[in-house]
Ligand binder design. Structure first.
Ligand code: CMP
Length: 137
């Protein structure tokens, strides 16, 4: 079994889409190991997305991610990291494959509803970032 980190972003909670997305994740075989609703501080959002710190969209991304509470999910299934990326679809909802979560419900490249770890290395970092080793690794 593999673990990955997903985040339902502020747009997902504002638009009351949490239930639909969680339902979809459960249908895809993901088990919820841990989860928390949290309003990220600027520091937390900047630290989480530090790999993007030199990108033009970084400040807007941090502002968006701190604009309301998020739901942080520790998820488990076989091949969880790749499978979650597949189920959520491409960053830009317009480019995401039909049937993916972002294609179905997301509004824009930034307001794309859900984040998912993109590699084993990043999943380890991201799980540890929000969940201590007790529940994370
Ligand atoms: P996420 O998968 O959380 O990883 C980084 C986030 O930055 C991404 O989803 C989007 O929310 C945002 N992002 C990535 N590329 C762009 C872009 N070109 N313009 C605006 N936001 C972006």
């Amino acid at each position: 079994m593999e673990r990955t980190l997903g985040i339902l972003k502020p747009d997902c909670l504002r638009r009351r889409l949490m239930g639909k997305v969680i339902n979809r994740l459960e249908d895809e075989g993901f088990a919820f190991v841990n989860g928390m609703i949290k309003h990220l501080t600027q520091k937390e959002a900047e630290g989480f997305y530090y790999v993007h710190k030199d990108r033009s969209f970084f400040d807007d991304l941090v502002e968006f991610m701190t604009s309301g509470p998020v739901f942080i999910m520790l998820l488990e299934r076989e091949n969880a990291i790749a499978k979650l990326r597949e189920v959520i679809g491409a960053t830009d909802p317009a480019q995401a494959a039909p049937g993916t979560i972002r294609r179905e419900w997301a509004e824009s490249k930034q307001n794309n509803l859900i984040h998912a770890s993109d590699s084993l290395e990043n999943a380890k970092f991201e799980i540890k970032y929000f969940f201590s080793n007790k529940s994370g690794s």
